[in-house]
Design a binder for this molecule. Structure first.
Ligand code: ARG
Ligand code: ASP
Length: 712
């Protein structure tokens, strides 16, 4: 029965009645959403948005480096993405004497644009539902393992067959827990050069304090250019490469969007879990998040107190701190939102509807829920171990990287660079201090509050972990100088290091005590979710379904919309430069504003980019359903003109990865008028503006930028 259901084509089951903010839609199925999209304000057709054979908006949207989104804004391959997406590239080109991160960078001509080995962008050529091709010939009596193998082999042959037809990159991805499969054909360009970036006081304004927060004033954008061979083909960096010609770059509207205006975001959201039963969401919210938050709170506050007193430490730990704090703050936001909106109750209602469909569905829900319940303490214990040891304790992180290496790999230039890099930003005293704090949480505080957690014995674990901090690997200078003299002697020493032995012992503890017992429960859950998904669709007939994010191209639509984050508090839709100036704290590492922007502000020198009331917009929010990976995504108005660059969500709304609630889920975008203002007036890069097509008004008539940056 289960098998038969798998083969049914689902597309006919899905109906798309109305498009609210919720949903990340597959672009090649948009014709089914067209009426609803047009009703909510879209002035284009589904084919204008996506067409495999004709020019469409999707041609100007790129997967940036595989982790963010970007959009093409000129015929010469000019690309916008976020500052935080281009951060590593900008940092790579920065040095103490030429600090592009701090002061920003604007290439004056093509020759000054900076190559970034390893960075690429993918253009999506077409997408297709290939479910029948993948699931068709699989006998129903196969075991789960056999079925997985058969699917894998079907995927491989399909890809081979497509490769023989056309020279593109192909991938096949499951959606709806493997009930359907989609094929993505894309083209990768790997000569992507840095063209410009605002200084960090703009691109990262508000830093961690303002991260995930509205009202926001971050100019989170950077500018790149895609290059191709002189024949216009993908090519690794080559001096002879030329800017990639793009037939239909985006038009950029300088008329902005107002509250209730239609918006859409086109990009590559990474991962969401919208179709878990209540017990699945509760596992994240009630078991995992509190423990993750508990560990990181101690880790981050230890790092922070060191960073505040030492400028050296500040630099060494800046990037680690930012990425660790990003997740920490998000988990807190998720829990706030889920509680505040009563999401678990809403999810439980949907679950009850599935149970009501009949015996098989009810039994399935029952066994999934029992598995979650049994898995919770083990999952939580494993997460705690992973947070403290693998993600928090830097030396153990190094040890787990070293495991599985060979002497040959250790001698490679790549490893030499990795080790240099690790030690450059590593302070053993700080690592020890943080470890003491997180160990106390792991072994004493957390199990005290959660008696069902499994942790290793306190005395022995604590003593042996701290003893690792006296080992060879915890001494950067000694370790590095031996490595530079004799990598093979270094490797011998490293393998005998206490932290390597410690890791071996505790990884095996985690395997035996946590992972092995967890396995049957996790299998029950993953085997049950496809039928649960099927039940949700059946129970919710007439409702909109969209697959969970999986790093494929999606369209989200919504509108510019205010929200109320808490009782008695109302947030409006736009922020302005006035608000940024009000946050200015001279010399502060998060809220400083350098003179050039203050001067432009004082002179109100906003060029044609100000709002009709004369204010300079900075950021705005809308009800588009986005996730991690949507950073850098183009935000469009109803005519498909670029009005902003997506970069974040509001704190209370980060729960949208589990449950989208239009009352508080908002995406945050930098207003494109601010982007143009910074490029033109602050960066003095008006030659870039002249590459772009600016439009204005409700009919999108062309705006001709003045030939010279005007100086009032
Ligand atoms: N929260 C955004 C995202 O998840 C922006 C992160 C970059 N900024 C930062 N302060 N860490 O990627
Ligand atoms: N900031 C995220 C990103 O980098 C976007 C989000 O999670 O809303 O993709």
């Amino acid at each position: 029965m289960k098998q038969k259901l798998l083969f049914a084509s689902l597309i006919s089951v899905l109906s798309f009645s109305a498009i609210a903010g919720e949903g990340m839609w597959l672009p090649f199925l948009l014709s089914q959403n067209e009426a609803a999209l047009r009703k909510s304000g879209l002035r284009l057709t589904a084919k204008d948005l996506y067409d495999a054979n004709q020019a469409s908006l999707k041609d100007a949207v790129v997967h940036f480096g595989g982790f963010c989104t970007g959009e093409v804004v000129s015929h010469q391959g000019l690309i916008f993405t976020n500052h935080h997406c281009g951060y590593d590239a900008i940092q790579e080109h920065s040095s103490v004497n030429n600090d592009l991160l701090t002061y920003g960078f604007w290439a004056k001509n093509l020759a000054e644009e900076k190559p970034n080995p390893g960075l690429f962008v993918d253009f999506i050529r077409y997408m297709e539902d290939v479910t029948p091709l993948i699931l068709q010939n699989i006998p129903s009596k196969l075991t789960d393992t056999e079925k997985a193998l058969a699917i894998k082999s079907n995927i491989q042959s399909l890809i081979q067959q497509r490769e023989s037809l056309r020279d593109l990159e192909y991938s096949v991805k499951p959606i709806y827990y493997g009930m359907q499969y989609i094929l993505v054909a894309s083209e990768r360009y790997s000569d992507v050069r840095l063209v410009g970036a605002p200084p960090s006081y703009i691109g990262k304004f508000g830093s961690d304090t303002d991260n995930w927060v509205w009202p926001r004033h971050t100019g989170d954008f950077s500018v790149f250019r895609v290059y191709a061979s002189p024949q216009g083909k993908p090519s690794a960096y080559h001096a002879e490469n030329v800017p990639l010609h793009i037939a239909h770059p985006l038009k950029i509207s300088i008329s902005g969007a107002e509250e209730n205006d239609f918006t859409m975001v086109y990009g590559f959201p990474g991962r969401t879990e919208e179709y878990l039963p209540a017990a699945g969401v509760s596992q994240a919210v009630d078991w995992l998040n509190p423990l993750r938050i508990g560990v990181r709170k101690r880790l981050l506050s230890t790092w922070d107190s060191a960073m505040r007193v030492s400028p050296e430490m500040k630099i060494a730990y800046a990037s680690k701190y930012a990425s660790s704090a990003n997740a920490y703050k998000k988990w807190i936001g998720v829990n706030i939102g889920i509680k505040r909106t009563g999401a678990l109750q809403a999810i439980a209602k949907e679950e009850a509807a599935v149970v009501h469909l009949g015996y098989e569905f009810a039994q399935n829900v029952k066994s999934i829920n029992a598995a979650y319940e049994a898995a919770n303490p083990l999952m939580a214990s494993r997460e705690l171990y992973a947070e403290v040891v693998l993600r928090g304790w830097e030396l153990a992180g190094l040890a787990s990287q070293l495991k599985g290496l060979t002497e040959e790999k250790v001698a490679s230039a790549e490893f030499a660079a990795f080790l240099q890099d690790f030690y450059k930003n590593y302070n053993p005293t700080l690592d020890r201090r943080a470890l003491q704090k997180t160990l106390a949480y792991w072994l004493v505080e957390a199990p005290h509050g959660w008696p069902s957690l499994q942790v290793p014995p306190l005395e022995k674990t604590q003593a042996s972990a701290l003893a690792c901090m006296d080992g060879f690997l915890a001494h950067p200078k000694t370790s590095l100088s031996l490595y530079q003299k004799d990598p093979s002697a270094w490797w011998k020493e490293a393998q005998a290091d206490p932290v390597m032995l410690w890791m071996t012992e505790y990884q095996s503890w985690a395997q035996t005590t946590l992972s092995t017992p967890l396995k049957p429960f996790l299998e029950t859950i993953s085997n049950g979710l496809p039928l649960y998904m099927r039940g949700l669709m059946q129970a919710g007939e007439g409702k909109d379904f969209y697959p969970d994010a999986n790093s494929t191209l999606r369209l989200a639509s919504g509108k510019v919309l205010a929200y109320s984050p808490a009782d008695g508090v109302e947030y409006t839709t736009h922020t302005t430069l006035d608000g940024m100036m009000a946050k200015y704290i001279p010399g502060d590492y998060e809220f400083d504003i350098h003179l050039p922007l203050r001067a432009l502000y004082a002179q109100k020198d906003f060029g044609p980019y100000a709002m009709p009331n004369g204010q300079m917009p900075v950021c705005f929010i809308a009800s588009n359903h986005t996730s991690g990976g949507n950073s850098g995504s183009p935000a469009f108005n109803a005519r498909g003109e670029l009005i902003g660059i997506n970069f974040d969500r509001v704190w209370e709304g980060t729960m949208s990865d589990y449950y989208f609630d239009e009352r508080i889920c908002r995406n945050v975008m930098v207003d494109i008028r601010y982007v143009l203002f910074i490029i033109d007036k602050l960066g003095g890069a008006s030659h870039l503006i002249h590459e772009m097509e600016l439009v204005q008004g409700h009919s999108g008539r062309t705006f001709v930028a003045p030939k010279k940056a005007s100086k009032e």
